[in-house]
Design a protein around this ligand. Structure first.
Ligand SMILES: [Zn+2]
Length: 258
């Protein structure tokens, strides 16, 4: 009875195609792309009506498709103002980029990019992440408006969870909003602890020097000794696990107080 329910053409077609594909006798035919003679399975040629590509053209084709899909990802996910990561960009900070490459040549290194507005630290962060993406890493960002909003609406744990699986994470412009330093400190401590434990990479940019963070934390209302201890312990994590480059003074190693 079951046989009656199967359309006869379906049975005939799938049987026929798999029979053709099973013919793996090798025949010498020119590559569809470059014309070089190579061996292909006769069954595949019959089934698809093409000879296929030689190993060289096949590898080139795969690479082209990979680049195309990365470009598409970039177009969809990277904010428009950072699409252009060319080192010829008019705002590019070549000296700082050089210092960053020298001090943290391994893309899996945690880095802290410090500098005033316009010192091009965010663009450098984005380029570093593009290089990681090209090496097959998953990447993602937390932009400062997103972080400020999460802090204001007490949704930082949802934000932490949303980036948990990302292997290279960029966190742009930390401590950007005034008045919420304590919440920043709590969020960053959680984030950095989680990521260090999982051996994930974090790239942070900030306008503040490390010593400014200490100063500001001391001016919090009702600052307790415990608050101070917490901010100092966050700074210690950064000092121990992050390579710092000061985009305003790139050749002055680690002089930003982070
Ligand atoms: Zn070829």
């Amino acid at each position: 009875m079951i046989d009656d329910q199967i359309p006869p053409t379906a049975t005939a077609f799938s049987g026929g195609l798999s029979e053709i594909l099973c013919d793996d006798t090798l025949v010498e035919l020119p590559c569809d792309q470059c014309g070089a003679l190579g061996e292909v399975a006769r069954g595949a040629v019959k089934a698809f009506g093409v000879n296929g590509l030689c190993p060289d053209c096949d590898a080139k084709d795969l690479e082209e498709r990979r680049i195309k899909s990365l470009r598409e990802w970039w177009r969809l996910h990277c904010p428009y103002e950072y699409h252009d990561t060319s080192t010829e960009h008019k705002e590019w900070n070549a000296e700082a980029w050089q210092a960053l490459k020298q001090r943290a040549p391994d893309l899996s290194e945690n880095v802290m990019l410090v500098g005033s507005t316009g010192s091009c630290k965010s663009r450098a962060m984005v380029l570093r992440m593009k290089l990681a993406l090209n090496k097959g890493k998953s990447i993602g960002w937390i932009w400062s408006d997103e972080l400020d909003a999460a802090i204001d609406t007490r949704k930082t744990s949802a934000l932490l969870d949303s980036v948990a699986e990302i292997s290279v994470l960029g966190v742009d412009n930390i401590f950007s909003a005034s008045g919420s330093y304590e919440n920043y400190q709590k969020f960053l401590t959680n984030l950095v602890d989680r990521r260090l434990r999982r051996k994930q990479t974090t790239i942070i940019t900030t306008r503040l020097k490390g010593r400014d963070v200490t100063e500001v934390s001391q001016s919090w209302n009702n600052t307790t000794r415990a608050d101070n201890e917490r901010i100092q312990s966050l700074l210690r994590r950064f000092r121990g696990s992050f390579v710092t480059v000061d985009f305003d003074n790139p050749n002055q190693g680690g002089g930003s107080g982070w």
